[in-house]
Design a protein around this ligand. Sequence first.
Ligand SMILES: [Zn+2]
Length: 768
Amino acid sequence: MVFSSNLGFPRVGANRELKKLIESYWAGKVTQEALLQGAKEIRVGHWKLQQEKGIDHIPSGDFSLYDHILDNSITFGVIPQKYQHLAPGLETYFAMGRGLQKPAVEGAAKIDVPAMEMKKWFDTNYHYIVPEFQKGQQFTLAKSAKVVNEFLEAKELGIHTRPVIVGPISYLLLGKTAKDSGDFDKLSLLPSLVSAYEQLLQRLAEAGATWVQVDEPFLSLDLTEQAKSSFKGVYETLSKASSSLKLLVATYFSQVGDNTDVLTSLPVAAIHVDLVRAPQQLDTVLEKINSTQILSLGLVNGRNIWKTNLAKALESVQKAVSKLGGDRVIVAPSCSLLHSPHSIEGEKKIEPEILDWLSFAVEKLREVTILAKAVDDAGSVKAELEANSKSIQARATSPRIHNPVVQDRLKNITPEMFKRNSPFPERRQSQEKKLGLPKFATTTVGSFPQTKEVRLARSKVRKGDWSQEEYDSFIKSEIEKTVRFQEDIGLDVLVHGESERNDMVEYFGENLDGYVFTQNGWVASYGTRCVKPPIIFGDIHRPKPMTVDVIKYAQSLTQKPMKGMLTGPITCLQWSFVRDDQPRQDTAFQLALAIRDEVQDLEKAGIPVIQIDEPAIREGLPLRQNEWKQYLQWAVDAFLLSSVGVEDSTQIHTHMCYSDFNDIFPSIKRMDADVITIENSKSDLKLLSAFETHSYTNWIGPGLYDIHSPRVPSVEEMEARLGDIVKLLPHELVWVNPDCGLKTRGWAETEAALKNLVAVARAARKQY
Ligand SMILES: [Zn+2]
């Protein structure tokens, strides 16, 4: 019999109940008891739901109040010194996740601890709390281990779950070494960690668990020989922890590739592979799987929102069954459903035709069980399989998806469309002539404070309390205020402030054909924070200019050059749910063409400077290095396609933030923007030295201060930063700007910070 399973369920709840609950607790509106009780109810609800959908192996321990890697750190006592004086339990836990500030009260000193570092979970938009290891660290299993407690909690309800833990090797590789520990090999900590894991497994066995899912996502990444060779020993030990436990080692997000032998030779009961990201690996894995292992097939995409083509997935199930027998096959989502929105049930605004193509976490569970049942008892799911095949057909042939005009343009892209008319030195001259900017020209990255009034205005027009005209005139007044503000401060290249945009991708999505929006399609990003990515369902087409009116209006208010603001094709792609019926590259090019048209219309409207933001270009990098080159080729091409269709004298800016760009430097160079403003506020000169090493020749605006905090940087501080910058970069190439948009800031601190920034630039013009 083929079993159905799930690898993890989104925690936040159908209506983000968990988020609201935890945030109320933080705000002091809810007691700890109520928080824990409420969280339990949500968890229980999710188990029951998975049971109703017919899932055989239901995960437990995947739930979290902040982050499952942080949970693991607590379970194994990986708590850095600076949190150890805090009250154990939730105080310590949330302090590690988000920092804690408490004024001194009688008998207790003040508390002021920062949050631990947060990092992206592989190539998803989820962020985990990075464990911090000491040299020679000893791991001790907590008396009360969350994953055991949650297993027992489900058991009490009569639900036999499969506890999920992150595997010891991935756990170490996800972490970093503590600063005061010097550099050491994290894997040297394995012996102590594995013995703590052994104890955990024994406790789970005593509690009655029969299966445990151990996630080792690093098996889908490039591993060192040393890491590779550590797997066997570790799993030999763990598989002997208890004779009554079966281990499933799960890996996902990419191809197992050269780690296949490692995976298939592990002495564990089952292995899981991602067949959505890497369908081609089924054959290899079937060939190499050892004769006792059970294979869990990740066939339902845990990271996108389209209905699974069940007929096609069933072929893979059948292939596996005919090779291994039904008893050695499990059907599963490709990865944890943490990365999917909860359910399509609440979606009232998406047209029925398109809604019929979608499947969120709850619907995906049913897809998994249908696939499992289809093998043993095809009759029982015949109707559902037929309905699925109808939806798949309907989507594939829907006229809503294909736009011949777009297809045609895509086919007729020529090599000239990726090149500016002249190389940078010539463009620079034309731009200097046209714009007449001083050295160390000052600008901002685009957005200005999005105050309560701005958000209120948006909600008023959405609810119908305001007419469109009322809203438009409000936005105009915001733009005027922002322009005057920048003139008063003395900035050189002005922006309109982006007050009409609630989100830099959503705004463009709303103005393009081919996009739809969910009301409730929230996906966890970090802690209680969720994002609601728009959905690209069809060919991207721009029915009319999207930003020209506002930018033109902004330019009409000032003699200074106005910078038009656009979101780049790769960022739109990365921060949306994208089509799975065409290569990502094609979608990126369609977006690029739409933006190219906008760029040209802005130019025609007399806008001399245009910025195309690409903060997400680095995060699109594939997990496997051998796929980088191909990605970077089309990603940079897409940017070029969007940006190069202008005169030499039109100045193209781009902006990047959020990551370390050193390893994609040659690609940044190939983007050939006239000006790049780039986050550099972590006073990390490594990035700048990359500009130096690669002898970057275009203009650069390394962020002079960090906008993520309300702190106002002093003149001296920014002067020192600029001093460091001009040591590495030719000063005539340097622009002066903050490191990202100002929308999360207040006006008062923005004014103070920008005044200092302008003062720094003016002084530099004299000094250098
Ligand atoms: Zn940014």
